[in-house]
Design a protein around this ligand. Structure first.
Ligand SMILES: Cc1cc2nc3c(=O)[nH]c(=O)nc-3n(C[C@H](O)[C@H](O)[C@H](O)COP(=O)(O)OP(=O)(O)OC[C@H]3O[C@@H](n4cnc5c(N)ncnc54)[C@H](O)[C@@H]3O)c2cc1C
Length: 483
């Protein structure tokens, strides 16, 4: 991993000479992320700085201009009381250049995959509220895209879960049945197929079972940059890109002091929305939220060639249980990623690794001929990988994100650790954090699922447990492989 000084140097910045080495964060985003399809045309606000200098003080400073930071800012601007007049967003690289700008664009609520784990952990209601929270995102995002007229290719469709391994298909059916027994109302939207007709329903060769329900997809970079345009237009938000925060300390006179590579700034309240990199500023999260790399690509069909139309999104699991998420775009291209089973054993290539400038070696060729191998009728399509990239996720030790007030640190809030599954989780988490920040209410007075609350107990459990006991490397692997 690059040192922070190296990262800052490559960003054209340097660690302030007065900074004691012990206060410099362990990890920052690298300065040279590799090319990613979603960002091939940079938005005019990508490198935006609202003012030449940092504002000396803000009511709220948000660290990170990804989905989490921008959702929080949007809700502070649109829904908070007049107590919040000034918001500054400090972003280490360009706007939305982290995981959000490099993901699969799949907004798929998890209705049964991990819900049994959460039911076991917190009871039936705790499981149901996570599924319901995630479902609520699909509708909330549709509403916001329409209300703010954001051009981001948002689509509502069915998502098809596919199992090609007989044993896994049986287990999935058992989970589905268990969810029905729980009488979760939202399961009315799910239909599960087994038997001869499965391949014909999903189009995936060798499929043994499949399920279908409502989900969404979008161009996440365009969505976030569209929101940034909206919030900047209010005049309440100051965006400072290429401004990595290197430390946050409590001010004895109230609030916090943020040291950045471009000088200091002061805030009454701070929101950590820097996801995978959070332990660089809050070391207590070092075992709870670990930077882990994932891989994603865009596949295109050569001009003049045709392939059967796919108008659903997919989660495909092969015979050897390698999972891929897939979004078919209206321009005919395919976004597909995952393949964690192919690189999981090569820990050095992805675990505790923030380098999104290079691919994951053991998975980089997996998607060559993926469409030909996987879908009926695509055999002679000539489909090929047109761009492949990596991104850095914040994997949570227990697979639930951390949302709320940082234990023992008043006026400091966190929303991070969204694994490979942020799209149906972050929007309303940001709304809730904005409410907590502006109304001084506890997380229990928001609709954030109880298992998402960041607590000292969760922090301690990860710090005293082994890596293998957690969901990242352990048997759970919850959300580590699933978008
Ligand atoms: C390859 C890949 C595919 C994925 N596919 C999907 C998918 O299809 N569906 C889905 O639901 N999820 C998916 N995810 C996960 C999803 O992208 C994330 O959960 C989500 O984007 C996290 O959003 P965020 O705002 O918390 O983090 P980010 O988007 O990473 O934003 C954090 C920001 O903080 C900045 N930052 C970090 N440290 C500092 C600092 N010290 N100072 C200032 N700024 C800082 C970073 O530069 C970054 O811009 C995928 C992720 C990857 C990498």
């Amino acid at each position: 991993m690059k040192t922070v000084s190296e990262s800052l140097e490559r960003l054209g910045l340097s660690v302030p000479p007065t900074k004691p080495a012990s206060e410099v964060p362990k990890c920052l985003p690298v300065s040279n992320p590799a090319k990613c399809f979603w960002q091939s045309e940079k938005h005019k606000l990508h490198d935006h700085r609202s003012t030449e200098e940092l504002p000396p003080h803000s009511d709220v400073v948000i660290i990170g201009a990804g989905y989490a930071g921008v959702s929080t800012a949007y809700h502070l601007v649109k829904e908070a009381s007049d107590s919040i007049k000034s918001i500054t967003i400090l972003e280490a690289r360009g706007a939305c250049s982290g995981a959000t700008g490099r993901n699969g664009g799949h907004m798929r609520p998890d209705l049964y995959g991990h819900i049994p784990t959460y039911v076991e952990r917190g009871g039936v209601q705790a499981g149901a509220e996570i599924a319901e929270f995630e479902i609520a995102h699909v509708k909330a995002i549709k509403r916001i895209v329409e209300a703010e007229k954001i051009d981001c290719d948002f689509t509502l469709s069915r998502t098809i879960d596919v199992w090609c391994n007989e044993e896994s298909a049986k287990k999935a059916k058992a989970v589905y049945d268990q969810m029905l027994e729980n009488n979760f109302e939202y399961m009315d939207d799910v239909i599960f197929y087994t038997g001869k007709e499965v391949e014909g329903i999903c189009g995936v060769k060798g499929a043994k079972a499949c399920a279908s329900y409502t989900a969404g997809s979008m161009w996440p970079y365009k969505f976030i940059l569209g929101l940034i345009e909206v919030i900047l237009a209010t005049g309440k938000v100051n965006l400072q890109t290429h401004t990595p925060v290197t430390s946050v300390t409590s001010d004895p006179n109230g609030g916090v002091i943020l040291q950045t590579a471009r000088g200091k700034t002061h805030a009454s309240k701070v929101v950590y929305a820097n996801n995978a990199y959070i332990s660089g500023l809050l070391p207590e999260y070092d075992q709870n939220i670990v930077p882990c790399k994932g891989i994603c690509c865009r596949i295109t069909v050569p001009e003049g060639s045709t392939a059967p139309l796919l108008n659903n999104t997919y989660i495909n699991r092969t015979e050897d249980n390698t999972l891929s998420y897939l979004v078919a775009r209206s321009d005919g291209s395919i976004i597909v990623g995952g393949a964690a089973a192919k690189f999981r054993n090569h820990k050095d290539q992805w675990y505790n690794n923030v380098d999104d400038s290079i691919l994951i070696d053991s998975a980089k060729d997996y998607y060559n001929d993926y469409m030909q191998r996987t879908y009926r009728g695509w055999e002679n399509s000539g489909a090929k990988v047109d761009n492949i990239w990596t991104g850095v996720m914040g994997y949570s030790y227990d697979s639930n994100p951390h949302v709320g007030e940082v234990p023992g640190k008043p006026n400091q809030f966190v929303l991070a650790g969204f694994n490979g599954h942020g799209m149906p989780v972050i929007w309303l988490s940001g709304k809730a954090v904005a409410k907590m920040v502006s109304e001084n209410i506890p997380i229990e007075q928001t609709n954030v699922p109880r298992l998402f609350k960041t607590t000292q107990e969760r922090i301690d459990r990860a710090r005293s447990g082994s890596e293998e006991e957690g969901d990242i490397l352990g048997t759970g692997n919850a959300k580590a492989t699933k978008p």
